[in-house]
Design a protein around this ligand. Structure first.
Ligand code: SF4
Length: 359
């Protein structure tokens, strides 16, 4: 069987398809460099549908790069609450400050300069430079690697840096002059809605079917090739929600490391059962009204999995606390203190419980 693949036809079909099928997304409305940057950072590790409300709220609150540079850490953490990977937002603030000081309050206009900013890697720099400034450079993410692996029937391991480098050159060679913005967005879009991961790609509606080598060889289900990821480390945690009347005890995490500076309920990094907790409270002379077991929860970070079991401890008296510990009521939990996604399930349980007590 003669395999067909024509570069020019592939690009033309892709752009034509994108022109007709591009989804309406809030950041596509006015693709300034700031809008593209915010959306691309939010989209790392998060689905488009989940990002939309966060993006709109963020842009309403901080419509310009300078407003981001001058925003307080608390406001930023609150706007990011629920998106996870909080280092992304601290890097964005740092990058915004650098832009205010060194780039006249704008993101730099070139791929090379963008790459020098904190939190901006080759993918994000490529996305901003191509979409906002139409620079001829590609933005290689998982979608692009998947589409091109199948399109060219490449068995290279897409998790390897050498493959990404190789694909950068290949993808750029398909990119037409002055159309890099549409081209990059078209491949990403195709990878998200047609040449999808985890299951059969929708080849019957794909504009590239005629030129796709994997499709012609019947190999679309076996590609892309990627080495299995290392298993995540599992850590057991016990979360204690100490409440007194309508307040809960919080702890502010260290200023470095995982979930830096964010607030958590009392979080012990081992699995404790109810008997051990009761004995611990009695030996410390902490009087309590009740201890209730809460549902277990599993939270996945990139390399670690937290297996959390939680207990609600209703105290008879409020414990005096200082330094990084504090008591917070429901409105402070909602508007002031940022509770990371890992603990949101328990926050919701607590808010429902308080609400029921009031009504
Ligand atoms: Fe992907 Fe199928 Fe299109 Fe090939 S034909 S690019 S495998 S969706």
């Amino acid at each position: 069987m003669k395999i067909k693949h024509d570069k020019k036809q592939t690009t033309t079909a892709l752009l034509k398809w994108y022109e007709m099928h591009a989804r309406i997304l809030p950041w596509r409305d006015k693709p300034t460099s700031y809008h593209v940057w915010v959306s691309e950072i939010m989209l790392q590790q998060t689905r488009i549908e989940a990002v939309k409300p966060y993006y709109e709220r963020f842009i309403d609150a901080l419509p310009t790069l300078s407003s981001l540079a001058y925003a307080s850490d608390e406001q930023l953490a609150k706007l990011w609450e629920g998106l996870g990977y909080y280092r992304r937002i601290s890097n964005m603030k740092l990058a915004a400050i650098i832009c205010m000081q060194e780039h006249h309050g704008e993101l730099p206009h070139s791929y090379v300069e963008l790459l020098k900013l904190p939190g901006i890697g080759p993918y994000t720099a490529g996305a901003i430079a191509s979409i906002a400034f139409n620079e001829k450079c590609c933005a290689i993410d998982g979608n692009v690697l998947r589409v091109f692996s199948r399109l060219l029937c490449s068995e290279d391991d897409i998790l390897k840096e050498s493959t990404k480098k190789k694909f950068r050159e290949i993808v750029t060679s398909y990119m037409p002059k002055d159309k890099s913005a549409d081209f990059n967005q078209a491949i990403m879009e195709l990878g998200e809605v047609v040449c999808i991961p985890n299951g059969a790609p929708l080849c019957h509606v794909c504009p590239l079917q005629d030129n796709c080598i994997a499709y012609q060889k019947g190999m679309q289900l076996t590609l892309p090739n990627k080495t299995p990821k290392k298993k995540r480390r599992i850590e057991n945690h016990t979360l204690l929600l100490f409440t007194f009347k309508e307040e809960v005890l919080l702890h502010q995490r260290n200023s470095t490391g995982l979930l830096a500076s964010l607030y958590e309920f009392i979080n012990i990094d081992e699995e404790l059962d109810q008997g051990v907790i009761e004995n611990g409270l009695r030996s410390k002379g902490i009087p309590f009204k009740s201890i209730t077991l809460l549902p277990n929860y599993k939270h996945i970070f990139s390399h670690i999995e937290w297996h959390i079991n939680g207990f609600h401890i209703e105290l008879i008296d409020q414990i005096e606390v200082e330094n990084e510990y504090l008591w917070a009521n429901s409105s402070q939990l909602i508007s002031q203190y940022t509770i990371p996604t890992a603990f949101q399930k328990y926050l919701q349980i607590l808010l429902i419980w308080w609400n029921r007590r009031i009504t």
